[in-house]
Design a protein around this ligand. Structure first.
Ligand code: GLA
Length: 730
């Protein structure tokens, strides 16, 4: 009794002493305001455009605006954190004990210190606000100061209340070969959950990034929009709860399902960051915020334009041999490319990698296919003046591999049961929770790059989910740590690789676009958007992907027709024009191309080199969405000075004599005069706007009419037309 009486006194004392403390966290153009009154739960006050005056705040009238609500003393509401304390108590409340702000080179970190008044469990809520980009990252650090182990059953990175109105959610969904598809829906009563449970890859079926358009269905270049991205490579859960209050409650973090986390005494659990942004310039405005922040602070080599490459996969699949690789290197060099990447099929000694049934884990050159080894390939690359890259899938093994024979204990499997097998009927996932496996995965990369320092590029693939729950390394009690420990292990390996090899370019591939997220991008330079290289479907996938990721990370390759996935035949011009809106590459057997086709690609590569800084480092303005089904899709990139812009126009349907809208441009300087030059031109006659100059004002209010068909010889006619215009201010 006495104990509880003392606690009551303590509460009273704290509330008497409590002083209302309002914290304003400022990023470049956005503010986050919170109340952090000591002895009380911290509450959310405001998130939006930067406040001009401190009096500009009318605090929310809703009763429950917890900033990081813990489960147990107001059980009907949504919780960010749920804890089973060492003594079994399932209730937690977190009160402010203090806060501070310290400067960093790029902004500030504000910490709100929270503690349960009864239990020795504390949380540091962090807010990193960038000075020169519109982004605030938030995460939580939960520390167990109790006598025994506590169990975390929910551990979100952050929660953001969003005022009800006509709020629309934009998010990406899809599946293999159809990644990055845009979904837009109003937030209605109830709960919307976006989750991933793959275990390894997390962006095939859904994405950990969302946008909230606050004033009705999102528009590209106007309207108030909040953007959020959970920067994590593993399982996530994003949920929006709309209850009987005036707010939607957005909560994002690691997916807690089957992942209860036992936090030992003295240990701290750190959640991944949740990046939050706001723009009053619509969906494209939020995209520009993500892109800028990403290029400046998140992405590996975000300031370095990417090379134009040929990847061998769709050209030769597993049929790797020295002569074939040499041919491809010569061909890509001849077309002006800068890098050649040898994909799957080059490795395996006892088990040669001739198909997907064997060899993952045996990262030794197959001498039958490549008698002169990697040295021979590097020599050939040098001779042709191109860089050389190589494919690996280091997190995986096949049961038919020497690695598996040596270390069956390294694979993820449920105890007392056989492994569940993946690709090729033999694939298994290595258990990255095991430090020995981490060392091994690091060794795979270290060995390659140390022995062959001229390898400039790695395509790092991951083609399987964690299908069966079970770690042969984790203790019986900690089996539920598997998903989290896997990604901590993965990140730690990536950090070691980057510490030793800061310059190598690494692509994140995961059965196509399975690893398009801001959790991996600090270590990776780009990702493979999709195994589907069909240009028409790519318009849709790249459109969605561009919501959150800049063009420089979107590997986008010209491939053969009929397309190997959808069997559609589009014109080479159309395939080039689509690929040129991302990080341009080729995924084709050049031997099978005609001289005319090679020439067109050569010209496109030369022209892409001219526009590369604008596409890869410029600002995106999406103009007309393919999802609007108007028969055409269009977007543009504009450089920072608004001196150069690249305009893309792709037909998405083809009917004779259809009527298409004229597309108005955006992002230009209204007072500058821009001269038009068509790129990748195949028409016999120039466009009527070729060489002419138009003011930014005119281009943005009227746009330019594009002919709906190409003016070409009969044998070059195609039902797909597209245009790319380069605009240069005079
Ligand atoms: C995955 C990738 C492809 C290719 C193959 C190789 O499917 O997404 O690009 O690298 O593996 O097996």
């Amino acid at each position: 009794m006495n104990k509880y009486f003392n606690i009551l006194l303590l509460f009273l004392a704290m509330s008497v002493q409590a002083v209302a403390e309002r914290l304003t966290i400022q990023s470049k153009g956005i503010s986050l305001v919170i109340d952090a009154e000591k002895g009380h739960e911290p509450t959310f006050v405001y998130f939006g455009p930067k406040l001009v005056s401190a009096s500009d705040i009318q605090p929310p009238r809703s009763g429950r605006m917890g900033l990081y609500p813990a489960y147990g003393l107001n059980t009907p509401t949504d919780a960010a954190l749920s804890v089973r304390h060492a003594d079994g108590n399932m209730s937690t409340t977190l009160h402010v004990t203090g806060y501070d702000t310290r400067s960093e080179s790029n902004g500030t970190i504000t910490t709100v210190w929270l503690k349960d008044p009864v239990y020795n469990l504390s949380v540091a809520l962090r807010y990193r606000a960038y000075r020169d980009v519109d982004m605030i990252e938030t995460w939580a650090e939960v520390t167990n100061g109790e006598r025994g182990t506590v169990t975390l059953t929910q551990f979100a990175s952050g929660m953001l209340p969003i005022r009800r109105g006509d709020v629309w959610l934009s998010h990406l969904y899809g599946s293999w070969a159809n990644e990055g598809i845009v979904a837009e829906e109003p937030l209605l009563a109830g709960q919307k959950v976006i989750a991933n449970k793959d275990g390894v890859r997390n962006s095939h079926t859904a994405h950990a990034e969302v946008m909230f358009s606050l004033d009705g269905k999102g528009r590209e270049n106007e309207g108030n929009v909040i953007g959020a991205a959970l920067c994590y490579s593993g399982n996530y859960k994003l949920r929006v709860t709309t209850d009987d209050t005036e707010y939607h409650y957005f909560c994002a973090g690691i997916n807690e399902e089957n992942s209860a986390y036992h936090l030992k005494r003295g240990e701290t659990f750190t959640t991944p960051p949740l990046a939050l942004t706001f723009s009053s310039e619509g969906l494209s405005g939020v995209s520009r915020n993500f892109h800028k922040w990403g290029r400046m602070y998140k992405l590996a080599h975000g300031d370095r334009p990417r090379d134009i490459l040929l990847n061998s996969w769709e050209g030769v699949y597993f049929d790797i041999n020295e002569a074939g690789m040499a041919d491809m290197m010569r061909e890509i060099a001849g077309m002006g490319g800068e890098l050649f990447v040898m994909d799957d099929g080059w490795f395996g000694d006892k088990y040669p990698r001739d198909n997907d049934h064997t060899s993952l884990g045996d990262w030794v050159v197959n001498k039958r296919k490549l008698p002169h080894g990697i040295d021979g390939l590097l020599h050939e690359a040098k001779k042709n003046g191109v860089k050389f890259g190589i494919w690996i899938e280091p997190e995986m093994a096949n049961t038919l591999s020497e690695l598996y024979e040596r270390h069956p204990d390294w694979v993820i499997k449920a105890s007392r049961r056989p492994e569940v097998l993946g690709r090729g009927g033999t694939q298994v996932v290595l258990d990255l929770s095991n430090p020995k496996v981490q060392d091994y995965v690091f060794y795979v990369v270290d060995n390659l790059l140390s022995r062959y320092p001229d390898i400039a590029y790695i395509k790092w693939d991951a083609n399987m989910s964690i299908m069966n729950h079970g770690s042969q390394y984790l203790s019986v009690d900690n089996q539920s740590h598997l998903y989290i420990a896997y990604h901590r292990g993965f990140e730690s390996v990536c950090q070691r690789i980057r510490a030793k090899f800061p310059d190598v370019v690494i692509q994140a591939c995961a059965s196509g676009g399975g690893r398009a997220n801001w959790g991996v991008l600090p270590y990776f330079d780009e990702f493979w958007v999709s195994d589907n290289t069909d240009a028409l479907q790519r318009v849709y996938m790249q459109w969605g992907t561009s919501y959150f990721f800049p063009a420089m990370v979107m590997a986008s390759h010209i491939s053969a027709v009929p397309n190997h996935t959808v069997f559609r035949t589009t014109s080479l011009k159309f395939r080039i024009d689509v690929a040129m809106s991302g990080r341009l590459g080729m995924e084709i057997q050049p031997k099978n191309m005609t001289a005319w086709e090679k020439n067109l690609c050569k010209k496109a590569i030369a022209e892409y080199k001219e526009i590369r800084p604008v596409v890869q480092l410029g600002d995106i303005y999406r103009l007309l969405s393919p999802y609007d089904k108007r028969g055409v899709a269009s977007l543009m990139y504009v450089d920072e000075a608004k001196d150069k812009a690249v305009f893309y126009w792709w037909k998405t349907e083809n009917f004779q004599n259809e009527h298409l809208p004229r597309v108005r441009m955006a992002g230009l300087n209204p007072n500058k005069l821009y001269t038009v030059r068509e790129l990748n031109r195949i028409d016999n006659n120039p466009l009527d706007c070729e060489g002419k100059s138009y003011s930014g004002a005119y281009l943005m209010s009227q746009g330019l009419d594009m002919p709906y068909t190409h003016d070409v010889d009969y044998n070059k006619k195609s039902d797909w037309s597209s245009r790319v215009l380069y605009l240069i201010a005079r």
